[in-house]
Design a binder for this molecule. Structure first.
Ligand code: GMT
Length: 377
């Protein structure tokens, strides 16, 4: 198949999923064309089946708001026509699904009928998409897609609850490449971070408000009172300053290291004992799955799709959003006993295997074929 993928090319979860999916499909022999405004963060190598088309937006001084959606639609028309794509897969509804709808209508005037598959990722439904200024467009473009998927049951239910949806939605969970995300036993690195053999806790995110990064610091403070520990904060974003400030106020900044954006996340996860994800909203929790694949148990909130991933009392624990006390108590319970920690580590790894990319790729392939066939009827 010749597949066009549209996504945000940044470090966000939807961009990561789209890029890893494209790489996986290319390794199966499909021709994959990424159509984005800059090179996707994880698309950093050459493959004969991978192509990248940049969407350039005019900066004409009349435009206070450069018309990205129109530029994307035009680029889609161009790539579909000249590369003869079979299907367009857009990740994140805004504005990708509506741009794809526009491109699809334009392509009809050339006698080309291309199916559009839209994958909803989370904030496009739970936060941004619900905004009055977007809702009619999001509803329309979901209903007009030839296939719609969500990354969890929870996100499907929220989509049906918030929007007037007239079509089926398929849940295709996020996935992980277990060859890349595997515990690599980096003892020297571990010693450098925790020379006194302290436990290592980790948080990775884009430090947006929904990630509750200040709760990560509060949980850690309570844990470190009971179990000597260090905390690694990986990633960057608007809340980083507040998290840093809080760690100073609480007098624990010497135990917390802010590492900024990192590519080799699996190296950091490999030396970690526990992953913290106290988010107030999370449609799936890809970062938690990455941790679990590296045998790291997860302390998370019970919001959105997290209970579909993190099994309470087995791969980690779930608590109500903002219940810092409960999260810290669970963290201490796992960390204070070596044998118990090992059991949680093994269970986290086993659970991650359920999301092996090898099982999820054929699912998308079947779904694309279904969308292609539906246009032929
Ligand atoms: O988490 C973010 O802020 C990034 C966001 C995105 O769209 O890039 O992530 C969402 O999609 C990920 C991949 O499907 C999910 O694992 C995240 O749970 C989801 N984030 C939220 O729902 C807040």
């Amino acid at each position: 198949m010749k597949i066009g993928i549209v996504c945000y090319p940044t470090f966000g979860g939807s961009g990561v999923v789209a890029t890893e999916l494209g790489k996986g499909l290319a390794s199966q022999g499909h021709q994959v064309h990424f159509i984005t405004y800059s090179q996707p963060a994880r698309l950093d190598f050459f493959s004969e089946n991978l192509f990248y088309h940049e969407v350039a937006v005019s900066q004409y001084p009349l435009f206070d708001f450069p018309p990205y959606e129109s530029a994307l639609a035009s680029k889609l028309v161009d790539v579909v026509r000249f590369e003869e794509l079979d299907v367009l897969h857009v990740h994140y509804a805004i504005p990708h699904a509506s741009a794809a709808y526009l491109a699809k209508q334009i392509l009809k005037s050339y006698g080309i009928h291309i199916p559009v598959v839209t994958t909803l990722h989370g904030t496009d439904i739970t936060l941004v998409g619900r905004d009055k200024s977007f809702k009619p467009v999001v509803t329309f473009s979901i209903n007009e897609s030839d296939g719609v998927t969500t990354v969890s049951e929870s996100l499907k239910n929220q989509t049906l609850e918030f929007f007037d949806i007239t079509r089926d939605i398929e849940v295709i969970p996020n996935f992980i490449d277990l060859n890349r995300f595997v515990n690599k036993k980096r003892e020297h690195f571990r010693k450098a971070i925790a020379p006194e053999n302290e436990r290592i806790l980790v948080h990775t995110s884009n430090f947006r408000k929904v990630k509750n990064t200040t709760d990560v610091i509060r949980i850690f403070q309570k844990v470190t009172e009971k179990v000597p520990s260090k905390l690694l904060m990986v990633g960057d974003g608007p809340e980083r300053g507040n998290a840093e400030e809080l760690s100073r106020q609480l007098g624990i900044s010497n135990c917390v290291r802010f590492l900024g954006k990192q590519d080799a996340i699996e190296e950091i996860l490999s030396v970690s004992d526990l992953f913290l994800m106290p988010s107030s909203s999370e449609s799936f929790g890809l970062a938690a799955l990455e941790a679990m694949a590296c045998s790291v148990p997860v302390i998370s909130s019970n919001t959105g799709g997290l209970p579909e991933l993190n099994v309470h009392g087995v791969t980690g624990f779930l608590s109500d959003v903002a219940d810092v006390e409960d999260m810290a108590r669970h963290a201490v319970y796992i960390l204070e006993d070596c044998e118990r920690l090992k059991q949680f580590q093994a269970a986290a790894y086993r659970r991650a295997q359920d999301f092996d990319i090898v099982n999820i790729l054929p699912w998308y392939e079947r779904y694309y074929q279904q969308a292609i066939d539906s246009l032929k009827k």
